[in-house]
Design a protein around this ligand. Structure first.
Ligand code: HMG
Ligand code: MG
Length: 292
């Protein structure tokens, strides 16, 4: 398969939606089933963070439990859950998660608002989480946010390369580099991926995670692909954003990414676009939102 895709809509997509906190477990499971039917294999299904911090993810345990039979029937599907600390890891272990995603930022302002820790401290604190998760047999994905800069942070691709390699060395099998506030451009994407190469960061272990406030996400994907990136995060319906980031808007829409793959002749996991369309219609209807 040319392009790997991680669907983040049931997590990043819903976490910033005002109506998502009232979505039932059944509705989330129905939504995730539709995503599975589309062919998607890697699905972020929730987060084990503090419920008061992200109310829309408060029922993630119940969702994860309800997904267990689907997981057993479809062993090739990977459900992943965001975990900020050891407490989150205990919750992930309790539901038998096969994969977790840890998440750190490069901006001090973002890191403090998002996880109440400095950047350096957060990289120290996450090592035991990664170690314990791996000991328990889980795969660990690592997010690095703010990779193209933030209000208090200039774009510095050398630092991104350093932090990416650090997370890989710490035990993550893949790092997802987050354009948290959608400020990447094709030029900065080219600079970033070239710099990762200069620092010998293995590009097959790097994913890009674009938000799409200014409509540049697909151009950014195209540039990243030209420079060697093959894994992208996307959100069905273009939903998404981090509630603790400045002006977050929707993520790269899955439909745009799938269409881009089709137009450029790249194979992707989405083999049933009709099911993807149904998933999008379903979740937008549940949220009472018009199609973006
Ligand atoms: P804190 O307040 O510093 O935590 O929050 P604490 O250790 O001081 O504990 C405070 C209370 O929280 C305690 O409860 C803990 O038990 C509880 P109390 O004694 O007061 O009753 N607690 C927890 N409860 C459930 N699950 C846990 C947990 N940990 C502590 N795991 C913390 C620190 C990290 C927990 C909090 O800030 C938090 O939950 N933050 C999550 C924020 C979040 O989910 N943001 C969105 C995801 S990141 C993102 O969207 C970016 C991304 O998409 C990439 C990109 O776009 O760049 C990934
Ligand atoms: Mg995000």
């Amino acid at each position: 398969m040319d392009i790997q895709i991680v669907d983040v809509s049931a997590r990043d997509g819903l976490q910033n939606e005002p109506n998502a906190a009232s979505l039932s477990v059944d509705a989330k499971v129905e939504y995730i089933s539709l995503l599975m039917r589309s062919g998607l294999k890697r699905i972020e299904a929730g987060s084990f963070v503090r419920a008061a911090a992200v109310p829309a993810m408060a029922n993630s345990e119940a969702v994860a439990r309800a997904l267990l039979p689907l997981q057993e029937a479809n062993p090739d599907i990977i459900f992943s859950y965001l975990v900020p600390n050891l407490k989150g890891l205990e919750r992930a272990k309790a539901i038998g998660a096969k994969e977790i995603a840890i998440f750190l930022g490069l901006s001090e302002q973002f890191s403090r608002a998002n996880i109440n820790a400095s950047v350096d401290q957060s990289f120290i604190d996450i090592q035991p989480v990664i170690d314990e998760a791996r000991t328990a047999g889980m795969r660990v994905r690592g997010y690095v946010s703010n990779v193209f800069g933030y209000s208090d942070l200039e774009f510095n691709p050398d630092v991104v390369a350093y932090r990416s390699q650090q997370l890989l060395n710490m035990g993550c099998y893949e790092v997802s580099l987050g354009d948290t506030t959608a400020i990447a451009t094709p030029d900065t994407v080219a600079t970033l991926v070239s710099t990762l190469r200069v620092h010998s960061v293995a590009l097959h272990q790097v994913a890009l995670h674009f938000h799409d406030t200014y409509g540049k996400a697909i151009q950014n994907v195209e540039t990243a692909y030209d420079f060697g990136i093959r894994t992208f995060d996307a959100s069905t319906g273009g939903l998404g954003g981090c509630p603790y980031a400045n002006s977050p808007k929707g993520n790269l829409a899955m439909e745009d990414l799938v269409q881009w793959c089709r137009v450029h002749g790249h194979s992707s996991p989405v083999t049933n676009p009709d099911a993807l369309y149904s998933a999008k219609q379903f979740i937008l209807q549940q949220l009472g939102k018009p199609s973006p």
